[in-house]
Design a protein around this ligand. Structure first.
Ligand code: SF4
Length: 372
């Protein structure tokens, strides 16, 4: 039997572009959406990996729930035909709380989605407005209730912190409101200002009032404390879950495993065993992507050979983010940097694994550099 693999599907459309967003997403509607979905169906059906079972499927974007129920479930049906899911496979869709309703959720669960990742980002109307989100603060609780009624077995909420003008008090309120909805999983992201975004241009003009670095650290530490008190395990630097609800799809990335990907701008990485891997990126713009699929042209706009050294480097950087840490022997970790990190209280070694401590999580990149 072929080895099960993680499968990612990128849907590139959103109702509008958020001020901080540098993802491959487009505020487009009308015919291009259907044309792109048709092209994605063709790409999936022509997959060179047909028959490889899916252990996880993840629809991200963009906003997958911007698509109609028929478009979204049609894409999932194609994926599950080409990549038969293993029993208990995790099948996730991201969702914007402003683009969902009970009917869409029912159709999604019926089609096989069993996990939902809701992009709440904040419960404060001012924050949402500044971020350029299209949903209202009250939409999140409604979406959570509707998702539970529809029967998703696992529910994640995404929150962002260190937002322009955000105080510790504002962040604490957001955290409590999110935890009050009893999510199975919480992902917490510190706002980063990326080039080619509206926020970047505002930042250059000095028009973004961002919390200081000390406040950002205090916000993160508060989140760690409150999530742990709420019974969520801190299993990855930015991610917390009730036991058994860790994101199995994202664990594949953090464990540097293979992943296949479909859709405009999707990034996949394949090649098993000790062989060299290939990382590819699909053509990003929906029109160029649809043209390429329709005319049978090459779909990849970027292709990179990932050799053994690069694989190890990535495995160290990603694996350090996990509370399970790194296997000292199989990763052939150098003792000197490990001792240095342990002496500073940033890491511990137990049961043959090297793990960051709570304090060490603030120094993850530094420790990774020492180990590499
Ligand atoms: S909803 Fe997400 S992908 Fe879409 S524009 Fe906003 S941040 Fe970007």
């Amino acid at each position: 039997m072929m080895e099960p693999v993680a499968v990612y599907v990128h849907t590139p459309f959103c109702p509008s572009k958020c001020g901080y967003c540098d993802f491959n997403s487009y505020a487009m509607s009308g015919g291009i959406v259907d044309r792109t979905v048709q092209a994605m169906l063709a790409e999936i059906h022509r997959s060179p990996w047909r028959g490889r079972p899916a252990k996880t499927v993840f629809f991200g974007g963009g906003t997958p729930t911007f698509l109609s129920p028929g478009q979204l479930t049609g894409l999932l049906k194609a994926v599950l035909e080409v990549h038969p899911p293993i029993p208990g496979a995790e099948v996730t869709s991201e969702a914007n709380p402003g683009t969902v309703d009970a009917e869409k959720f029912d159709a999604m669960v019926e089609a096989g989605f069993n996990r939902l990742s809701l992009g709440a980002q904040s419960f404060d109307t001012g924050d949402l407005h500044r971020l350029g989100r299209i949903h209202e603060a009250t939409d999140v609780a409604k979406a959570v209730a509707a998702a539970r009624r529809a029967g998703f077995r696992s529910l994640n909420i995404d929150l962002m912190f260190a937002l322009p003008g955000q105080s510790m008090r504002g962040w604490r309120t957001n955290l409590e409101l999110a935890l009050g909805l009893a999510p199975d999983h919480l992902s917490l992201y510190c706002l980063t200002i990326e080039p080619n975004t509206r926020f970047y241009r505002h930042h250059l003009r000095g028009a973004l009032e961002l919390p200081s670095e000390e406040t950002q650290v205090a916000m993160y530490d508060l989140a760690v404390q409150r999530c742990q008190e709420a019974g969520l395990d801190h299993y990855e630097i930015s991610n917390f879950a009730r036991p058994g609800h860790e994101s199995r799809h994202n664990l594949c990335y953090w464990r540097a495993e293979e992943y296949l990907a479909y859709g405009p701008g999707a990034v996949g990485c394949f090649g098993s065993g000790d062989d060299q891997r290939t990382r590819y990126t699909n053509t990003k713009h929906p029109e160029r992507y649809a043209e390429a699929v329709e005319s049978g042209l090459r779909l990849w706009c970027d292709e990179e050979a990932v050799d053994g050294h690069t694989r190890r480097t990535e495995a160290v950087m990603l694996g350090l983010r996990l509370s399970e840490g790194l296997d000292v022997q199989s990763m052939n970790l150098d003792p000197d940097p490990m001792v240095k990190a342990v002496e500073r209280g940033w890491a511990a070694v137990s049961e043959g694994r090297f793990r960051l401590t709570d304090q060490g999580r603030h120094w993850c990149s530094e420790v990774a550099t020492w180990l590499i």
